[in-house]
Write a protein that binds this ligand. Structure first.
Ligand SMILES: *Cc1c(COP(=O)(O)O)cnc(C)c1O
Length: 337
């Protein structure tokens, strides 16, 4: 099977397994796991921030960030397609008692003007707007990337209105590679950044929340409350360190492969619009002949796995375990459909 369902399906490479095997570990809840400490230092330094905390999932890093940045009854501004709203089990309400102000952005991306309009006035009738959350790349936007200048304008609005700014950077490295941008710039613009090691970077588990020291101290407390304090977590942190050291630059080849696959779909008469392929995600509309679930079944008969994300839309994600030959075979299968 060639598995395009998500970039979370990757298996650790031999080099990564070796690093995991050799990891020196300790009790991380006591702050004594040297490998976790190294991963946290390294992640913080990469974005030019003072501190970071290692967590089991990107859902947890996002939810901890929202909890730390808000008080119950507050409101968070985010795009309608955001992972924090669509795919975290209603955690914003459940964990933080916070409501959302949803923006209909452009493929998951919102603008400074939209943020400005969505901020509630100081009025007893209104929830207090305290946080803006951006997603880059935007998963449901087809891996779309923000223009850094728009983020800068959103930062200015947040500073002016005393709002915190969080980045769901589950796939920030895809954006950095696609746009040739520096993580340090992102560190300057955001109050907190969540990165996933288990997506395109290929680690089996783990996300890191990055921010200022008092914020991360509070995040560490909330991680414990949420049940995310891990003990000898160095074995999995070692996979994360290996991923940061070895698997960032290669994302460019995933992006190239995604372009080739999208080009193959473009030639098919039963395909409607294809979202611009900016990184490793391909989302397209199936216009006739098949519904999206039917096309997914057709692909599966040819040993290719994709996800029907709606009755008319298919998503494919390219990753570490999709090799050049897999891409060639995929294009061949698409050609024969
Ligand atoms: C995958 C993902 C997350 C976190 O997911 P986990 O499975 O909890 O690690 C967060 N945001 C986005 C945009 C994602 O794609």
């Amino acid at each position: 099977m060639i598995d395009y369902r998500s970039d979370t399906v990757t298996r650790p490479t031999p080099g990564m397994l070796e690093a995991m095997n050799q990891a020196v570990v300790g009790d991380d809840v006591f702050g004594e796991d040297p490998t976790v400490n190294r991963l946290e230092k390294m992640s913080a330094a990469l974005f030019g921030k003072p501190s970071a905390v290692f967590c089991p999932s990107g859902t947890m890093t996002n939810q901890i960030a929202i909890k730390c940045h808000t008080q119950p009854g507050d409101e968070v501004i985010c795009d309608f397609l955001s992972h924090i709203y669509q795919y975290e089990g209603g955690g914003i309400a459940f964990n933080s008692g916070v409501s959302v102000r949803l923006i209909n952005g452009d493929k998951g991306r919102i603008t400074a003007d939209q943020v400005l309009e969505a901020i509630n006035p100081i009025d007893v009738h209104k929830a207090i707007t305290s946080l803006v959350s951006l997603e880059n790349t935007a998963n449901r936007g087809g891996g779309s990337c923000y223009d850094i200048h728009e983020i800068q304008r959103i930062r200015e609005v947040c500073t002016q209105k005393s709002l915190q700014l969080h980045l769901d950077g589950a796939r920030i490295f895809n954006a950095l590679v696609a746009k040739s941008e520096s993580p340090l710039r992102y560190g300057e613009l955001f109050d907190s950044i969540s990165i996933c090691l288990s997506k395109g970077l290929g680690a089996p588990v783990g996300s890191v929340l990055i921010g200022d020291t008092p914020f991360i101290q509070q995040a560490r407390r909330i991680r414990k409350v949420f049940g995310g304090g891990m003990r000898q977590a160095g074995s999995i942190a070692a996979a994360g360190i290996y991923a940061l050291e070895n698997h960032i630059a290669r994302l460019a080849s995933d992006h190239y492969h995604a372009q080739l696959i999208a080009a193959a779909w473009e030639k098919k008469s039963f395909i409607g619009s294809i979202y611009p392929v900016e990184t490793n995600i391909i989302i397209f509309e199936v216009s006739n002949t098949y519904t999206a679930p039917q096309l997914a079944v057709k692909l599966k008969e040819n040993d290719i796995l994709a996800i029907a994300i709606s009755p008319r839309m298919i998503r494919m994600v390219v990753h570490l375990d999709i090799h050049e030959l897999d891409v060639e075979r995929t294009i061949d299968v698409i050609g024969r459909l």
